[in-house]
Ligand binder design. Structure first.
Ligand code: BJW
Length: 367
């Protein structure tokens, strides 16, 4: 199968990119939620983003989890269900093939927790999951108990987290007056933390059309995704926990605590080994990096937002692939490329001189 050339790629720019790609021995890719948009998964920020209508501090911080673990587990139960329903798209497969062809010189640093890159067969040694994985769990008592579990695909994890069962009841426009109520002292604490962590840099962008367009593009790259199969936006799902600890996944080791998703929330450090491995890519005593691909991320969250600049310091030219040109950060127009459009449509074309046509590489990962 040959992909149609995305119409908005300038042939001269593409040729320049291809020249650099073909000569590159070390390449780094930084991924964000946009790469999985064509697979039907919502991004965070934007019209149908996961965070529209949600208080980020309630669902993506340790303080939020401590306050209402049921609410956070409902959010992640929904995310696990959507990720299990989704399939990797052409962009995930293309990067997996690039990793095989440029081993070990190509490494992907993904912020995504959706497991789609591993499912596309991306070699594990060349994939760093910076923010963890939805299907890894750990005991909340990391010091005393330390239980961890990888690759738990059970869905739902407990009967109380069966969000499908309740969908007819919970779907509907979120009523701001009817949100789960938090205690005012905790809210003041969260607000302070919000300001500390998110700072002035945090900008919850207003509605844009970019999150809808990928559905059309997905059809153009082989029609693997069902059009119209986009999940209801998270903002339309009422998260009102009312769940007790007994309703939530229990730690099988210590049998005293609940489990939490092994993902990285705001204010938490990345897993030490992952952070060290990522930083080691840019160490002074390593070979130059020729190319950095920044794919489907708003580049607002650190430390991931800083990796492209680190690659630049190692000599890399930077190619941004995004639906929204405005999300290409720190641009140097004389050196950088911005390819605007759906990553699933653009990436296979960009990488073609090294990975060949999808007919050749997708088969080797399908089995
Ligand atoms: C398409 C498309 C299509 C759509 N094709 N494109 C330095 C300065 C300021 C603040 C900090 C700093 N360093 C650290 C901080 C604090 C904080 C931070 O970054 N805050 C900022 C918001 C200002 N960082 C942290 O807290 C991090 N921890 C840390 O640094 O620890 C230090 C420490 C050390 C020692 C002790 C303690 C602490 C942790 C950050 C964790 C982020 N976690 C989340 C949740 C993960 C779990 C989950 O998934 O639920 O990660 S937040 C959320 O944002 C998630 C994402 O991975 C991450 C990035 O979002 P992403 O992927 O960019 O998505 P969107 O929606 O923003 O963008 C989508 C893009 O796709 C858009 O550009 C679209 O246009 C595009 N798009 N369709 C191509 N088809």
């Amino acid at each position: 199968m040959s992909l149609p050339t995305p119409p908005n790629i300038d042939p001269a720019k593409l040729a320049d990119f291809h020249n650099v790609l073909k000569q590159s021995k070390r390449i780094v890719a930084v991924l964000g939620a946009g790469i999985s948009a064509s697979s039907g998964l919502a991004t965070f920020r934007g019209t149908n983003g996961l965070w529209r209508g949600q208080d980020v501090m309630q669902v993506a911080t340790p303080a939020g989890f401590r306050h209402d673990p049921g609410l956070v587990w409902q959010f992640y139960s929904y995310r696990r269900r959507e990720a299990l329903k989704a399939q990797p798209n052409a962009a995930h497969y293309a990067l997996a093939e690039l990793a095989r062809r440029v081993a070990p010189g190509f490494v992907t640093l993904t912020q995504n927790v959706d497991n789609l890159s591993p499912r596309a067969g991306h070699p594990e040694a060349q994939l760093k999951q910076l923010h963890g994985n939805l299907f890894d769990l750990r005991c909340v008592d990391t010091v005393g108990c330390g239980y961890t579990e990888r690759g738990n695909y059970e869905n739902p994890l407990t009967p109380a987290l069966d969000t499908i069962k309740d969908e007819t009841l919970t779907l509907g426009h979120i009523d701001p007056d009817n949100r789960p109520k938090a205690n005012p002292i905790l809210l003041a604490g969260l607000a302070r933390k919000n300001a500390q962590i998110l700072g002035d840099k945090y900008d919850d962008k207003g509605p844009s059309a970019v999150d809808l367009a990928p559905l059309k593009a997905a059809a153009a790259v082989g029609g693997e995704q069902e059009l119209g199969a986009r999940p209801p936006p998270m903002s339309d799902i009422r998260l009102s926990s009312g769940l007790s600890k007994d309703d939530l996944p229990q730690c099988p080791k210590c049998q005293a605590n609940i489990l939490r998703p092994s993902v990285v929330w705001f204010g938490e450090a990345l897993a030490e080994s992952t952070a060290l491995e990522a930083d080691a890519l840019f160490a002074e005593d390593t070979e130059p990096i020729e190319l950095c691909l920044v794919i489907g991320t708003s580049s607002k969250v650190w430390p991931a937002a800083g990796y492209a600049e680190k690659a630049r310091k190692k000599g890399a030219r930077i190619a941004t692939i995004n639906m929204d040109a405005g999300d290409a950060k720190g641009l140097r127009p004389d050196q950088d490329w911005v390819f605007v459009g759906d990553a699933a449509a653009i990436l296979p074309e960009l990488l073609k001189p090294v990975i060949g046509d999808p007919g050749a590489w997708k088969k080797s990962t399908d089995s």
